[in-house]
Write a protein that binds this ligand. Structure first.
Ligand code: FES
Length: 574
């Protein structure tokens, strides 16, 4: 393959010309203490670093950025670290999802506006990887992801604790009166023992695996626990590799093809990955010019066995997954279902990269003849309640609820739910269907993770731990239960979910992929005519921009003006 010449580097426009502007670029780079031989004629590598004290999952990324730089220097590149918005899932309000597209825009524009030849994308907390990859795909300079890596297992007494999943579990027990305040405090002390992302198969672990399946990381990178020294070495090797990728001009759209997205869906589904991954994958595919929609997602999920015994749908944690062989070993199990000829960041094919990988613990990564479930982790539903789709995670549902019919208990928004859920007079039984309206991309606002509605306290005390819940919101990838999510169109824009009334019968049939409201068309039309459009949530600012441009869940919730691949001119340098 013909390699680029130094004068063909994008950064050459900034540093290589002989004019007043390039004098400024060079003298100001020297101001930082770099001599001409440090950067002249070398690939400039932007490190998009999502380190922030407002994001505990990324505590180690300052150190990792230095390790990435070590690799870049050694390979003859010039690192340029650029901090970007860090969507800290546990801290940021109202929801990080409101800011995923902000990060995507920031990534794209940081790369465009600066003398960058290639990028290392350093982050991992839920929206980090999709946001950065959306921006990187749009800018389409060579890029590699260094996933932040999962934290170590949590512990309480003799039990392991999983991020999120065990919070929901023990919170329900506390509300049922089975856990004391002291024990709750002990769980708080033991559940997050190191830096790194959630160590369940939540959105962060799913999106890291997706980045690797798309070919956008080094082989095996997505499974390494954050505190493991292998993680540091992976960071440094990624720094080395991105320099070569620039010379080879190996760009995101060379890797993030329609076939690579099919691999990513397969891998995510075999892992019982987060429902959030659907929204992110559709948005990322849109940026890369690849084809992916809800129906394709469902078809691939139906034809992919669920092999990964990791919480919330399974038993173990990401640390166990790594020791069991990690993602390369999992991909070996799926070999016949994957497009092995897809190229990846190291220049080799996916097939080359998984060669020789082995499963060391068959209870964690299950063999094909003993899957956790024959189908993948997510089902796409259709029906008069969700004409443009809704999703559910069948392996996380109590089996008797996979086909269910019951009367609706309707909450008009999150505050209404909080105010009434535990009221002893709430007219609810274990057969009721809890409905939460106004939790979508516009109504939340920002598509918050409210979709795992808590079980009403009086049912918890009767021993109920799962029931059918429906919303136009998302749920944390670490959650579980019979939660129908992402109902589209959302209630805030007048979707059928807005028309549900107390006592209406709702029918869910996961095997048939159906979700229906047993109310006549004439009655629904009458209710729709009486429906009043809610007042906008934001009078100005970023929230208003979001409100004016966000697409619905089935389209990936990107902004309409960021979609597609229409070329944007390079900045003039003058
Ligand atoms: Fe950051 Fe879960 S809170 S990955």
């Amino acid at each position: 393959m013909a390699k680029k010449k130094p004068e063909e580097l994008r950064s050459h426009r900034w540093y290589g010309a002989e004019d007043m502007r390039s004098f400024g670029h060079r003298s100001r780079t020297k101001q930082q203490g770099y001599a001409a031989q440090d950067y002249a004629g070398k690939p400039v590598i932007g490190i998009i670093n999502l380190w922030s004290e407002a994001n505990p999952c990324h505590t180690h990324l300052r150190t990792r950025a230095e390790e990435v730089k070590r690799g870049i220097w050694q390979a003859g590149g010039f690192p340029m670290e650029m901090p970007a918005l860090s969507p800290g899932e546990t801290i940021m309000k109202p929801t990080t999802m409101l800011y995923r597209n902000f990060l995507a825009m920031e990534t794209e524009e940081l790369l465009r506006a600066n003398p960058i030849d290639g990028a290392v994308l350093l982050g991992g907390c839920d929206k980090s990887i999709p946001g950065m990859l959306m921006g990187a795909a749009s800018m389409n300079l060579p890029a590699i992801v260094v996933p932040a890596g999962p934290m170590l297992r949590g512990y309480w007494q003799d039990k392991t604790l999983g991020s999120g999943s065990d919070v929901w579990k023990y919170w329900a027990e506390k509300r049922a009166g089975n856990i004391s305040d002291k024990e709750w405090g002990e769980i708080e002390d033991g559940i997050a023992r190191s830096f790194g992302t959630c160590m369940t198969m939540g959105t962060a672990s799913t999106m890291a695996a997706i980045a690797e399946s798309l070919g956008m990381t080094l082989p095996g990178a997505s499974s390494i626990p954050a505190p493991d020294s292998n993680h540091s070495r992976m960071a440094s090797l990624s720094g080395r590799r991105i320099v070569e990728m620039v010379w080879e001009d190996l760009k995101p759209t060379d890797l993030m093809t329609t076939r690579a997205f099919e691999n990513a869906v397969r891998v995510a589904m075999s892992m019982g990955g987060s429902t959030n991954s659907i929204v992110h994958l559709i948005a990322m595919a849109g940026r890369a010019g690849a084809e992916l929609d809800l129906d394709k997602f469902d078809a691939l999920s139906r034809a992919t066995p669920f092999l990964c015994n990791v919480r919330p749908s399974g038993k173990y944690l990401m640390e166990d997954f790594y020791y069991a062989g990690g993602i390369r070993a999992l991909m070996v199990q799926l070999r016949d279902l994957l497009h092995l000829d897809c190229r990846t960041a190291n220049g080799k094919t996916l097939g080359d990269n998984i060669e020789g990988a082995k499963v060391y613990q068959e209870d964690v990564i299950l063999p094909r003849n003993k899957p956790l479930a024959p189908e993948g982790g997510v089902a796409v539903l259709r029906g008069n309640l969700c004409p443009n789709g809704a999703v559910i995670k069948p392996p996380a549902v109590e089996p008797h609820l996979l086909k269910h019919s019951g009367p609706a208990v309707v909450f008009k928004d999150y505050n209404d739910m909080n105010a009434r859920l535990d009221d002893p007079n709430l007219n609810v039984t274990k057969d009721s269907v809890l409905v939460l309206q106004n939790a979508g991309p516009l109504g939340g606002p920002g598509f918050p993770e409210w979709g795992q509605l808590p079980i009403p306290q009086k049912l918890l005390k009767q021993g109920v731990r799962d029931m059918v819940r429906i919303s136009d919101g998302r749920m944390s990838g670490t959650s579980y239960g019979a939660c129908v999510l992402h109902v589209a169109p959302e209630s805030f824009v007048g979707g059928p979910l807005a028309l549900v009334q107390e006592g209406d019968i709702i029918e869910l049939d996961v095997a048939a992929r159906k979700l229906n409201l047993k109310v006549s068309d004439a009655e629904l039309a009458r209710r729709k005519a009486a429906w009043k459009k809610p007042a906008p949530k934001y009078p100005r600012g970023f929230g208003l921009l979001h409100s004016l441009h966000v697409t619905q869940a089935d389209k990936g919730c990107d902004y309409d003006f960021l979609e597609g691949r229409a070329p944007i001119p390079e900045p003039e340098i003058h």
